[in-house]
Design a protein around this ligand. Structure first.
Ligand code: LLP
Length: 385
């Protein structure tokens, strides 16, 4: 197949989802489809009965098309347009995660116009800092997300005064690629404090959505191909104090799909610079922007490894920007023109963030290790569309 292309291991995806469901037990999981919107991948996840976390009207439509149950769809985002709110209402989605006072009023107005009653979860900014890249922290005061704790009562009163919406839950999301579980412990403690605060004031909350954020192992993706779901849920089981009738939800993206994708690319040229050696490959930041945008390090391996001595390279793409590099001073077996490389752990926020900058074609897609029984159902359902 022509490089660059994304290669998805659907067998690993299935095992990951199975493990997730096993460890989540009575928790409700919504897959954050922004991480990877590939139809085949989403059909598999939806087939297991997971819900979807959507952040646009098109994601809602896509989720429904892929087979997610509309009432298991939650809709987040600081800037929902009127049209997107309508899409959510018309499709009777499970919940709107609401992020501002004005949004509360607008959802109420549109719901009333459509004769609908919308379930609302207030997204609270818990002001919990996390150990991750600053661009993917979302739960500290200076972030645009959520409503401050100080404004909760005002928001609850506003919802109470609106006839076409009802408050059902609280929503939190503190950031992404979090591997320090202490961060989640802090979140759980903040959530307990807020739930208690509301309970003391007679404000009933049916569900708590704790967002996503569980990180994956980018350094050892082969040894740790399935994330530590057990450790993650244990933190919440041990720390969150909910009442028996309250339901707990999560919105996991990266940890569900991250490890099942590789980006396969070919070495175009080896160039000896003045101070370094460059391996110029045919994939660029247009295919995978994470290294350029978040200085993310992805493991890079030769598709057909051998025993040649190793050398150091800057592995770079063809785009006319110096940020178009996958790794610097990367130690890898000696490379030559035509060698194929796999950039690992790109199943999440890889293909979905690709662009056509420089009028480049979007990367292709290959599916591997397709479980047999799945192949039949998927081929059948894909043909129906
Ligand atoms: N819920 C909300 C409200 C979110 O904003 C996100 C991700 C998730 C759930 C899923 O988080 P996850 O489980 O995947 O960490 N493009 C960046 C990541 C952006 C994350 C955006 N929000 C990257 O490539 O690292």
């Amino acid at each position: 197949m022509k490089t660059p292309y994304y290669s998805y291991d659907l067998g690993l995806l299935e095992r990951t989802v199975q493990q997730l469901i096993f460890e989540a037990k009575n928790y409700n999981i919504h897959y954050a489809i922004k991480a990877n919107t590939d139809e085949r991948i989403n059909k598999i996840i939806a087939n297991y009965g997971l819900g979807a976390d959507c952040v646009s009207g098109n994601e809602i439509k896509h989720a429904i098309k892929c087979g997610y149950n509309p009432n298991k769809i939650v809709f987040a985002g600081v800037g929902k347009t009127d049209e997107e709110i309508e899409i959510g209402l018309i499709n009777d989605i499970g919940c709107f995660n609401v992020e501002s006072m004005q949004e509360i009023k607008v959802i109420n107005e549109i719901a009333s116009k459509l004769n609908k009653k919308a379930s609302i979860a207030l997204r609270i900014n818990p002001n919990v800092d996390v150990d991750t890249h600053q661009y993917i922290k979302t739960g500290i005061n200076e972030n645009k997300f959520g409503i401050a704790f100080e404004n909760i009562i005002e928001a609850v009163q506003l919802i109470d005064a609106c006839k076409s919406i009802e408050l059902t839950g609280l929503h939190f999301h503190i950031g992404s690629q979090i591997t320090n579980f202490r961060n989640f412990e802090f979140l759980a403690n903040k959530v307990n404090y807020i739930l208690n605060f509301l309970d003391e004031r007679g404000i009933e909350i049916e569900h708590v959505n704790l967002g996503g954020g569980l990180g994956i192992d980018y350094e050892n993706p082969i040894e740790n191909s399935i994330p530590n779901f057990r450790g993650y849920f244990t933190v919440f089981r041990e720390n969150i104090a909910i009442k028996p009738h309250q339901k707990v939800h999560f919105e996991l993206g990266r940890s569900v799909v991250g490890q099942c994708g590789d980006l396969v690319t070919s070495v175009l040229f080896i160039k000896e610079g003045m101070s370094k050696k460059f391996a110029i490959v045919d994939a660029g930041m247009t295919d995978l922007i994470r290294p350029a945008l978040y200085q993310a390090n992805h493991l890079i391996v030769k598709s057909k490894g051998g025993t040649n001595p190793k050398e150091k390279y800057d592995i770079v793409g063809p785009i006319c920007e110096s940020s178009d590099q996958f790794s610097t001073n990367y130690l890898i077996e000696k490379l030559k023109r035509g060698d194929q490389l796999k950039i690992k752990s790109v199943g999440a926020y890889g293909q979905v963030m690709s662009s056509e900058y420089n009028l480049r074609k979007k990367p292709g897609v290959l599916y591997t290790n397709i479980p047999l029984e799945l192949e039949e159902t998927l081929t059948h359902s894909l043909h129906l569309n």
